[in-house]
Design a protein around this ligand. Structure first.
Ligand SMILES: *Cc1c(COP(=O)(O)O)cnc(C)c1O
Length: 227
């Protein structure tokens, strides 16, 4: 497993308008350093404390993306440096992110996570909740967050057609949200979809951010990981 060459191989496949998020969750800093040596500058993590610790050790010119379910009491650990939160799955979370960002005098970019998989377990909003959120007066007062797009996770399955259908659904959600709420807002432009097993389909269906872990860093071992 050579992390640098994995990254170069994947980059060959990714068009220039699509950004690669290297998902380094559970992996040691030495692995992130190898990716960094290969030119990787965007890293994705799904645990707040783990991301904070890695951020403290790694160079400063990295974009840290938070991609997991974010508990409101953990926002404070990442809010001073996080570049993009992919996983806004409730209005409550968005309001808390805004509150913490205000304390740091920042405006933090966020994606709305939609529920697109058939699995119950995946977090996310539906279209109606999203419209209600974006139309509310409360939302219009959140000056320390900026919604820049959508995110979703497809069902974990071998069924390529199901995956494609779910990514198409997310693209539709993106278009509908853009038309109704962000029509003149050019910063609303991101669709975060695609992981190691399905990023090629995701790119065909319009992804602008692929989140790739195991194809870069190898399989994850969840034993001994601090949460
Ligand atoms: C772990 C994770 C990924 C990366 O998964 P791989 O299959 O290892 O590429 C992408 N997105 C999210 C939200 C994740 O939690």
């Amino acid at each position: 497993m050579n992390i640098g060459s994995n990254i170069l191989e994947i980059r060959k496949y990714i068009p220039t308008h699509v950004k690669l998020v290297a998902v380094s969750k559970t992996k040691p800093v030495s692995d992130l350093e190898e990716a960094y040596q290969a030119g990787q500058r965007i890293f994705g993590e799904n645990k707040a404390l783990e991301m904070r610790d890695k951020h403290e050790i790694m160079p400063n010119n990295i974009e840290w993306h938070f991609i997991g379910h974010l508990q409101t009491n953990k926002i404070k650990y990442i809010i001073s440096f996080v570049s993009l939160i992919h996983s806004i799955d409730s209005f409550k979370l968005l309001k808390e992110v805004n509150k913490e960002a205000l304390k740091h005098n920042r405006c933090v970019d966020c994606l709305l996570q939609f529920h697109i998989a058939t699995e119950e377990s995946k977090f996310g909003l539906d279209m109606q909740e999203t419209h209600e959120l974006l139309q509310s007066e409360e939302f219009s007062k959140l000056n320390n967050i900026r919604i820049v797009g959508v995110m979703g996770m497809a069902t974990y399955t071998e069924n390529q057609e199901l995956i494609r259908k779910e990514f198409r659904q997310l693209k539709q959600y993106f278009i509908e949200t853009k038309e109704k709420h962000f029509i003149n807002d050019h910063s609303f432009c991101e669709i975060s979809m695609g992981m190691s097993g399905d990023y090629k389909i995701a790119i065909e269906e319009g992804s602008t951010l692929v989140r790739i872990g195991s194809s870069i860093f190898g399989e994850r071992n969840y034993v001994n990981v601090v949460s």
